[in-house]
Design a protein around this ligand. Sequence first.
Ligand code: A3P
Length: 328
Amino acid sequence: MSSPQVTDLPKFLQEEGLTQECKTLLSSLPRNKGWIVVNLFQYQGFWYASRQLQGVLTCQHHFQANSDDLLLVTPPKSGTTWLKAITFAVINRNRYSSSDHPLLTTNPHELVPFLELKLFVDNQIPDLTSFASPRLFSTHIPYVSLPESVKQQGCKMVFLCTDPRDMFISNWHFTNKLRPQTMGTLLLEEAFESFCKGVCVYGPIWDHILEYWKQSLERPEKVYFLKFEEMKAEPSVQLKTLAEFFGCPISEEEEKEGVVEEILKLCSFDHLSNLDVNKTGQLPSGVENSMFFRKGEVGDWVNHFTPEMVKEFERIMDVKFHGSGLQF
Ligand code: A3P
């Protein structure tokens, strides 16, 4: 039998930037339909597009964590952009004034890079020696698939999530902005069905959340579990708690000088979303910065869910979070 021509191979194996290891793995993994890309693959229990999976593998093989690295972990569409901005501003508060702050000219995703989606994307092995200590990274990777060195080094992690209903709606809007025209609009009902089955990037989202929830209960000094809703309700309390967790608490003097309010104002939805860089700029990946800012509110799901969807979601969340102590 003759060897297969390139064109005989499934499309997902023809993608550029995938290693042979990744291609072999992809061929063996459960496959399902994606929202933005044709295929999602289930690896170590969670769903990925092939390019994301390549990023995860490269990161697993090559990322060497330092014990003082800080990792911001989120499932997609749970307030990552906000958390990145606040953390960057808190950690670097003595380096920049509000008039020359990098957040005024640079999108938060550029300042706090994703491991698997940016630094280790397309099988790149980045030189991280120029990163100032403590190094600040972000990721959507579920706990089970984090690079071993992150666990061994005991890096501190903040895990931010939001009500999965809001996460779903935010993701659905985001998807329709990013979806290639050839795929048409993704209907809410179709997205709902696959999200409920756990089939969405980095899903099942409940499992993703529960993994970090358990870690935060076992190792609260290393894993801080935070909800977007808590950030919205008490931003200054949460900012101060974060600063303390990072090991750079806000002093009484700083508090009197209004440092907390200044950082919150700098990182607020209104302020960031109205900056030129976030209105007209884009990331090197081509994603427009404005796509990361939509409403920035809690509870938008009520404007989209039918009564049946409400029931179905409640049923799933009851089962999944039962006995965990976690509620949304
Ligand atoms: P909505 O789509 O509900 O408006 P992520 O950053 O993880 O991609 O999450 C995106 C969500 O965070 C979007 O929610 C977006 O509007 C919101 N968001 C972005 N920047 C924010 C900020 N500075 N404050 C509050 N919410 C913000």
